[in-house]
Design a binder for this molecule. Sequence first.
Ligand code: NAD
Length: 421
Amino acid sequence: MKVQDADVKDLKLAADGQDLIDWAAREMPVLLLIRRRFAKEQPLKGLKLAACLHVTSETANLMLTLKAGGADVALCASNPLSTNDAVAAALVTRHAIKTYAIKGEDNDTYYQHIESALDHHPAMTMDDGADLVSVLHKKRESQIAEVIGGTEETTTGVVRLRAMADRGVLRYPIIAVNEADTKHMFDNRYGTGQSTLDGIIRATNVLLAGKKVVIAGYGWVGRGLASRAKGHGADVLVTEVDSVKALEAVMDGFRVMRMDDAAKEGDIFITVTGDVNVLDRTHFGVMKDGVLLANSGHFNSEINLKALDDLATGVRQVRPNVQEYKLADGRRLHVLGEGRLINLAAAEGHPAAVMDMSFANQALSAEFMAKNAGTLERRVYDVPDEIDAEVARLKLSSMGIAIDVLTEEQKKYLSSWEEGT
Ligand SMILES: NC(=O)c1ccc[n+]([C@@H]2O[C@H](COP(=O)([O-])OP(=O)(O)OC[C@H]3O[C@@H](n4cnc5c(N)ncnc54)[C@H](O)[C@@H]3O)[C@@H](O)[C@H]2O)c1
């Protein structure tokens, strides 16, 4: 449904969406504390902000926090399949947030929605995958001077932005929210680890116990996923290109091998590398009949769907989010969620409790960027350590957990070199 300043599926879904937003808020105490302070201090007063994030109930809570801080916000989706239509409707009707996102939108609509968010003339961008920054730099050069800076949520976006900065084409500063310890150690590891399996289970109702689960990539996401799959009783196989990470996987108790070999053994394949064509034609050629192929990396480029399409004699949808590719020799390979992030395509993305920390980092980084407007260089910055420590402190305190504090004697000891045994 198109209304002025919005393009969402159906505004009548708003009541359900509001319930979802409230439900997520129960698990987002840190963001709510920040929201209360923002409402008093108005650190983002008058700031036009465009956000390109997964339109979920957790993101809605971030939007409300930014708005409470005085920002004028427009939101579009960072993936065509990750929008919750009810949440999008509630953002428009209950909170007057310009929202452009419809679950299942085609590629053209996806990019039109990004353009609509940019029509808002943001002074700050908030990305998950760097599509806003990319469209702004490629198609809206005249608007770039209006932008004081931006933030980026995920690994893949940070990689793209660093590539832009290295080539000298990034035209404004970005804070890499992903690089905060309170983001990737929790969101990527525990959030994606759990929600990826949730997506696979919801899409297929498969039993993980006893299955051979192949995980491509043993970074933050891969580690979380591997330990959770093991917890379900799966036999976990890991593939890597980085020798240190591969060694870590071995010592964590997983079998590590090349994908050429894993392809012959696996029942379920999950790519989390941020790379392209990790599952490719040669692998499809040797996989067993009935395997499941899922991706939880940012883009739908990790499974070479074009090659699979070429090999297939027929493709049919056998369940929601499950496409069966039939090969000439009769084998059937099943692609989940069109190869897009399965935790968002078939489940609800990360639990609110981890998004609480990721989005607390987003809100505080936006505040930092607004305060330091004009003083930062055109490059990718890490989240300041004070913000990271503050988010962890608030989270622990919301969980009722107290930690020790260094005594003066301990501080002196830890900063000296003279004392030995
Ligand atoms: N689904 C989600 O909600 C979600 C959440 C967080 C991150 N992500 C995405 O997940 C991906 C991984 O994120 P991360 O934080 O774990 O990144 P990371 O950089 O920590 O890990 C990626 C790993 O993949 C490995 N790798 C690269 N190419 C490979 C290949 N061809 N074969 C095997 N391994 C390969 C790298 O060596 C690295 O260890 C990124 O695209 C990120 O944006 C998704």
